[in-house]
Design a protein around this ligand. Structure first.
Ligand code: ADP
Ligand code: ASP
Ligand code: MG
Length: 438
């Protein structure tokens, strides 16, 4: 069985929803994971942040506008007045819940409870559309089987057991429809898998039910060889190894949620990235086959802070790096890039929470300097060290840009460069011209 995930733009309007309904009704029994309609998650987060700032009245007004937009979608979506009436009843109930959350005032759950309604809206509307089209479909509440543990990580044994049960409970349904992104946490409260997390839902569900294929349907024909938001004339990459895709997703290729590759890779389930607007395009197949000896793509990760700890005497001393890393561990701060020399070490982090405390503790081990607003540019492909010439090629592309750090050899798939924010687009363009246009 396939798992098919449709992102926000794929279900972003009544027209797009109809297109998705057509796509999913003609391809055998499948699980369908939907995101919220595009814009909804951002709007719900906006409403929630107004609430947190005790601006209840404005939050209510924005809810009202959002509800009116859904009413317009319903008017366009269904052929029969009876289905439209049902849709109105369901959305009214969801908006009543949202109003109740708003009226209750802010608490630690209000944002998570509010934002979860986006996926509940889109899946309920889609279920009614499939009913109207007489496609046999079941709506499986993701909150029954998607769960995180006390560390906020997916509780995979629970998901495996309960997702499989939920699917098996509807042997007659051709489409098993469910919500991406949302889950319950270890305390049983409504939670989510963080922004863009519907991809993660799809791969977890795919792994849980041993799917044959996980399809991620979006608004572009697969993973491109560079970020199309910054570089013109990018091209789709037709095949990627799981590890190449994971590097690209982690280092900024927005088309995939960073964590979504792992469940597919561990269970050897291929992932195909496809375009809802161009369903016949080949897209990108991600699996365990490495297409050897080629650079596949370039990605960029923003908002990086580099920290350099310099200490001539201490670095060579046994245990220096351990002490430095322990500081980051104490603040639960993952490190993205590391470079070392005899006199110092540079590391990067991707958010500045606790930065002042970290810097203060690091001062014990030497002088510390911080560079903010940096960007990691990541070149991904079959870059194992015996493949000659690729490092030189990538470096050559960036020859006259200031590069703060270079990292190679950590994996067989990546060379990373740290540059200033101002040089990001230029670095991406130069790499495209140098690596892919010859
Ligand atoms: P969805 O809402 O379907 O999850 P996203 O917006 O999360 O879609 O991801 C698709 C977007 O990712 C594309 O529209 C594109 O702008 C962006 N993107 C960034 N880097 C890449 C890349 N290397 N290849 C393809 N798309 C990319
Ligand atoms: N709707 C959620 C978001 O916008 C999840 C997703 O689209 O993957 O982040
Ligand atoms: Mg996405």
């Amino acid at each position: 069985m396939k798992v098919k995930k449709f992102g926000g733009t794929s279900v972003g309007s009544a027209r797009r929803m109809k297109e998705v309904a057509r796509l999913i009704s003609g391809d055998g029994r499948c699980v369908v994971v939907l995101s919220a309609m595009s814009g909804t998650t951002n709007r719900l987060l906006g409403i929630s942040s107004l609430l947190l700032r005790s601006n209840k009245e404005e939050a209510r007004q924005l809810l009202h506008t959002l509800k009116a937009d859904y009413a317009a979608v319903i008017d366009e979506l269904y052929d029969s007045a009876a289905t439209a009436t049902k849709a109105r009843e369901i959305t009214d109930a969801i908006f009543a819940d949202l109003l109740a959350i708003t009226d209750a005032g802010p608490n630690e759950y209000s944002e998570r409870e509010t934002v979860a309604r986006g996926e509940l809206l889109s899946t309920n509307l889609m279920k009614l559309l499939l009913d109207e089209m007489e496609v046999s479909a079941a709506l499986l509440p993701a909150l029954d089987f998607m769960k995180t543990d006390i560390h906020g990580e997916p509780d995979f044994p629970f998901i495996r057991e309960h997702a499989a049960k939920a699917v098996a409970a509807h042997p007659e349904a051709r489409v098993l429809l469910t919500q991406g992104f949302i889950c319950r946490n270890a305390e049983g409260g409504i939670d989510n898998l963080r922004r863009g997390g519907s991809d993660y839902s799809a791969s977890l569900i795919g792994a849980a039910i041993n799917a044959d294929l996980i399809e991620i349907w979006t608004d572009i024909d697969g993973m491109h060889d560079n970020d199309p938001r910054f570089v013109e004339n990018t091209s789709p990459v037709h095949n990627l190894h799981f590890d190449e895709a994971a590097e690209l997703a982690y280092f900024g290729a927005k088309i995939l949620h960073p964590t979504c590759i792992l469940p597919a890779k561990e269970n050897n389930i291929p992932v195909r990235l496809l375009n809802t607007m161009e369903p016949d395009a080949e897209g990108t197949l991600i699996d365990n086959n490495l297409r050897k000896g080629t650079i596949k793509a370039v990605a960029a990760k923003d908002n990086i802070t580099a920290i350099k700890i310099k200490s001539g005497r201490m670095l060579l001393a046994y245990g220096f790096l351990k002490k430095v890393f322990e500081v980051f561990e104490r603040y639960e701060k993952p490190i993205d890039m590391i470079t070392t020399s005899e006199v110092g070490v540079s590391v990067t982090i991707d958010n500045e929470t606790h930065l002042a405390e970290i810097v203060e503790e690091l001062h014990r081990y030497g002088s510390v300097s911080v560079d903010r607003d940096m960007v990691i540019i990541c070149v991904v492909g079959d870059l194992q060290w015996r493949n000659r010439g690729f490092e030189a090629l990538a470096l050559d592309a960036l020859a006259d840009l200031p590069v703060r750090m270079i990292s190679y050899g950590g994996s067989n798939y990546n060379i990373s460069f740290l540059v200033e924010k101002e040089n990001k687009t230029e670095a991406l363009r130069r790499l495209s011209n140098h690596l892919f246009k010859n």
